[in-house]
Structures are given as structure tokens and as C-alpha cells.
Design a protein around this ligand. Structure first.
Ligand code: VGL
Ligand code: ZN
Length: 198
């Protein structure tokens, strides 16, 4: 069946050596490039924060990376500074075949709201525009891969399923962070939302 491939945040900062490195993050790149060959469309997402972003622990007094805080829109993990607009860390992994992309969605660029999902920011209401892009191109079957399984892939997959897309997550082409059981919570949440995990 024809599918749009959504490649989530395969950026240097989420790969080994990066500011928010996900173990084995670079291992998935070759397999993702292979999957692009048969895709009807390829969409890349790029985490893209201004310096001093509110999701950075460094933006809050007496807070450390991986602390939780309450934002206007709910609980938020505080991260090390990462994926700062225009930085090397924000660039795609050098082996990712970005030439094949039809569309690149940047997210997390509003200083006061984080954005894990490719569809909505973490307030769950501000859209990125990706829903409209996919629907106007009649792309209803989505295959998702990338980083990190338990944050951006999870939020993107659940939102897509809620929006009525058919969603498959290729877990072999994803890698996770796993904070306090977040991998299990993500797997359970995606399954409950009707996402197929393969
Ligand atoms: C991500 C934490 C912060 C991700 C992005 O791509 O999963 N995680 N920003
Ligand atoms: Zn981020």
C-alpha cells in the first residue's frame, strides 16, 4: 500500500555525540534511506528551537536537565540545550538522504511552547500545518520512523491516529530516550490510539 514516510528529528543532537543523544540514534539512518525508495512522499521533521527556549533547563533558575516543571499547558520535561536554530546540532544526520524530502516541518520554534508532535505543539492545540499538507495531498497512510520513540515519534503517531490517519511505527527504525518508564508508556499509548507497531 502506498505510504507517506514521516521521518522524525534525525538530527545530530539526537545522535551519539549530540546534546541530547539517543543511544543508537545513528543506527537507523541507512534503513530510513532505504524506506524512502518506495514512499509516495517523504516528510522530515526538524526540532528547531531558539536559544533560551522554555524547554531548556538552562532557561530556568535552579533546574537541572530532566526535571519536570508545570507550564501553562501542562507538565514539561526540561532538556539540555539542543537543536538550536542554525546550529550543527540542529542539522540532519549527514547520511540522511534529505534530497528525497518533499517537505520539511520545523517545530518548537515558539519560545514559550515545546513541540514534540509533528502535528501540534505541546499545548495540543497549535497546529504545525502538517495535517493540512497531508490531507490536501490525499496522503492517508503514514509510516513513521526516527527519534525519539518515546517523545516525538510517540506524540506524532498518537496525534496522527487521532486525526484519522492510518499509522504504522517501524520500531526497528526508531530509538528511544526512556525516562522513568517513558518507553513502556509510549508503547501502551500508541497501541491504545490504534497505531500499528512493527
Ligand atoms: C525530542 C526531546 C526534546 C524528540 C525533541 O525529538 O523526541 N525530545 N525535543
Ligand atoms: Zn526539542
Amino acid at each position: 500500500m502506498s505510504y507517506a514516510l514521516i521521518v522524525i528529528d534525525v538530527q545530530n543532537d539526537f545522535c551519539p555525540g549530540g546534546a541530547l543523544a539517543v543511544a543508537g540514534g545513528d543506527e537507523i539512518v541507512t534503513g530510513i534511506n532505504t524506506l524512502m525508495a518506495d514512499a509516495a512522499a517523504v516528510i522530515l521533521t526538524q526540532d528547531w528551537h531558539p536559544a533560551g527556549h522554555s524547554s531548556f533547563a538552562s532557561s530556568h533558575k535552579e533546574r537541572a536537565p530532566y526535571d519536570m516543571i508545570d507550564m501553562d499547558y501542562g507538565p514539561q520535561v526540561l532538556w539540555p540545550d539542543h537543536c538550536i536554530q542554525g546550529s550543527t546540532g540542529a542539522a540532519f544526520h549527514k547520511n540522511l538522504d534529505t534530497d528525497r524530502a518533499d517537505m520539511i516541518v520545523r517545530k518548537g520554534f515558539r519560545p514559550h511552547v515545546d513541540s514534540y508532535s509533528a502535528f501540534f505543539e505541546n499545548d495540543h492545540s497549535t497546529p504545525t500545518g502538517l495535517e493540512g499538507y497531508l490531507k490536501t495531498r490525499n496522503l492517508t497512510n503514514l509510516v513513521m520512523v526516527g527519534l525519539a520513540t518515546d517523545f516525538c515519534v510517540n506524540f506524532s503517531a498518537v496525534d496522527a491516529a487521532k486525526l484519522g490517519f492510518t499509522v504504522e511505527v517501524r520500531t526497528d527504525l526508531c530509538r528511544g530516550i526512556d525516562l522513568d518508564g517513558s518507553m513502556k508508556a509510549a508503547t501502551d499509548g500508541m497501541t491504545a490510539a490504534g497505531v500499528t507497531l512493527t
